[in-house]
Design a protein around this ligand. Structure first.
Ligand SMILES: [Zn+2]
Length: 302
């Protein structure tokens, strides 16, 4: 049943808590599937998790719809990426439906990106640069070291919000950490062949992944972050990558394939759709398999 509920949550179906349970669970409102998955790992049976979005949605553009307001209303912890990623909808949800315990800077409010070293932090940003994130690139979930950092933060908060169960959270964190460190060690071996390899990206969603892998992005299909690809920009990209040995054009499940396909047809470089988050393809059904799949697909492309 938990597995089913979890799948429903990942699919974006909102799961409501059992009414007036004698053992009230901690309700965690996660903005993205990766944080929902992490909340399940650390919270186990003691939490109910809602994922506000699924892997097929572009989190930059979500509506603060009534089902999300309902989920926010019962949230004990809000676990989101931050760094303006959810700027278009999370503040509205918090204002309209969030309890005092989950408002900014309170115990129940966790912005994952606050705890990691962000890439692409800007001194100055303006509209001419496109839909940029001035606090730095928010797409932090594809560096596995960041996942561990957020796991530690979440466990700390759960200790505070639900003291009676602190030991259980501590045990879950230990189990997760052991599993995660083992996976990271395994990925070190897997990723060696990708070091120094070049890719074209769709959006700047992959900065952390590429840094972790030692890969280089030589162009973006978007002319500016958040601005859809244009014919003239794609022509320019085609010229720019001419003669470069580019391994793949990588994109997320929610991005439009047309531009990537056009460039692939002209250049012969394969398009590789990576899971990006939990649920991003059929095999990527938890955090470890997101990275397993990402490495498998990148290694398979060339
Ligand atoms: Zn972005």
């Amino acid at each position: 049943m938990r597995k089913l509920l979890y799948l429903m949550a990942v699919m974006g179906v909102l799961v409501t808590a059992a009414p007036s349970s004698a053992f009230a669970k901690v309700n965690i409102f996660a903005c993205e599937p990766e944080w929902a998955a992490l909340a399940h790992e650390i919270g186990g049976d003691l939490v109910d998790v809602t994922s506000a979005t699924n892997a097929r949605q572009d989190v930059h553009h979500i509506r603060a719809k009534p089902s999300l307001l309902a989920a926010m209303r019962k949230a004990d912890i809000v676990l989101c990426t931050g760094a303006s990623l959810e700027i278009g909808w999370l503040p509205i949800l918090l204002k309209k439906a969030g309890s005092p315990d989950v408002q900014p800077e309170t115990m129940g409010w966790i912005m994952a990106s606050d705890y990691v070293e962000k890439l692409e932090v800007m001194q100055k940003a303006d509209r001419s640069m496109g839909h940029v994130h001035p606090e730095g690139n928010p797409h932090i979930q594809l560096d596995p070291a960041n996942i561990q950092i957020v796991a530690d933060v979440l466990a700390d908060r759960l200790f505070m919000v639900d003291r009676d169960n602190a030991q259980n959270y501590s045990r879950n964190l230990n189990v997760f950490t052991k599993k995660w460190l083992a996976a990271m060690a395994r990925w070190e071996g897997d990723k060696a062949v990708l070091r120094g390899e070049k890719v074209v990206v769709y959006h700047k969603s992959w900065a952390y992944l590429l840094k972790w892998l030692g890969m280089v992005d030589v162009a973006s299909l978007e002319p500016k972050p958040g601005i859809p690809p244009t014919a003239s920009h794609l022509e320019a990209v085609l010229v720019a990558i001419d003669g470069q040995d580019v391994r793949a054009i990588i994109m997320a499940p929610f991005e439009n394939e047309d531009a990537a396909k056009w460039l692939s047809d002209k250049s012969g470089i394969p398009v590789v759709q990576l899971p990006f988050t939990v649920g991003g393809n059929d095999n990527a059904d938890d955090l470890i398999s997101v990275f397993d799949e990402t490495l498998r697909l990148l290694k398979g492309a060339s």
